[in-house]
Design a protein around this ligand. Sequence first.
Ligand code: GLN
Length: 480
Amino acid sequence: MTLVQAASLLRTRQISAQELTTAFLERIQRLNPIINAFITVDHEGAMQAAKQADARLNNGTATPMTGIPIGVKDLFCTENLTTTCGSKMLAQFRPPYESTVTRKLKEAGAVILGKTNMDEFAMGSSNETSFFGPVKNPWDISRIPGGSSGGSAAALAAQLALATIGSDTGGSIRQPAALTGITGLKPTYGRVSRSGMIAFASSLDQAGPMAWSAADAAMVLHTIAGYDPLDSTSIQADVPDYVNALATRMDGIRIGIPTEYRPDNLNAEIQKALTEAEQTFRDLGASLVPISLPHTRYAIPTYYIIAPAEASSNLARYDGIRFGYRCDDPKDLKDMYTRSRNEGFGAEVKRRIMLGTYVLSSGYYDAYYRKAQKVRRLIADDFHQAFQHVDLILTPTTPTTAFPLGDKIDDPIAMYLSDLFTISVNLAGLPAMSIPCGADQLGLPIGMQMIAPILKEDKLLSAAHAFQTATPWHQRKPEP
Ligand code: GLN
């Protein structure tokens, strides 16, 4: 059942929110021990929210999201509900306030089932850096679901929620969406409030919906998007009606195909799926235009300077005093700082803090950080140039399908390359989406990425909806 279908059954009172929530909680109880998609399941809170949802559905104050059971990545602060960010550092953290995203969802009447697993502080592409253990891909539990929003992706693929919320700093919504066969949207930077989202790299982080279809994602985005005075980088622009903007044809739409995203050595099955998708778009009335994004090859090195730099600054607050884990029996103040951070953070987070502190240090700042900011502008300019000629850009989402657990965890560079196709979008602040477009020989999902100009989420969703109306890929589900 999709979110749109469930919303209609709730509205016509063919099912109650309490029945729906109970069904999902039971499924989570049965399958979460295998998949590990949720870190925290909030049985009591969910049942209470479902009860309130039923009251609203009965008294005419319901929204389309009222009674919809969802999962939220464990980096959105939820008042009095543990928010770990996948880290030992915050394993006991109960936020005293609510993130804007979760507040909006609660106000709309959505039922938060729990908090989903993730790479520690959203650093990773496989969900293996979580302090709470790796998430398994429901298509093959010996494989990773992608990351860092791997729990949010796997929860959907295993049908443990009707929609989930992820965050994307360099690909963390789109890459796991591709590897688990679901639909994920990273909005324009500033479209969704970052207030109450635990920060990784503040100039890149953005929250967005993960769902079964573009139509479902449109409903969730409509609920969470909008200006927020609590976030100084929030965009002051009206939220369009994403649901009513959905189209089934693409006549007159020009889709750019960047040569840099089709290397000769691209995985043949992904290449084939993309070629078929291009034909579907032509059949829907779109035209395809070759384009170039010449600075693409600098995206990964640029990101791995800027993101760690911002992370080293953001993560300085976890000192064992105001925030976070504190070591036992410290000898003195310095010992407490050192051991608390040493014991509280995992290896990948420490690697990023060291890298970030290095590129920000005096003497290296100009050579690395300032230079990276300049290259970032060139990467963004490539897109702005391209969008003079095309409405959307189509690329693969990932260079491979889901890889086996353990395959890349000891090789950070190999892991970083998982985001080859997604990272430029964050550097440019653009909205982008991954939707399923095929399967490899093993039946593992293949995703494609569509990128749009700033604030054109409606165009993205519309194209994705047209594609999903014409193809069955988003309806494939793993064997139970
Ligand atoms: N995999 C990338 C990283 O580790 C992106 C993560 C993200 O988008 N949060 O930084």
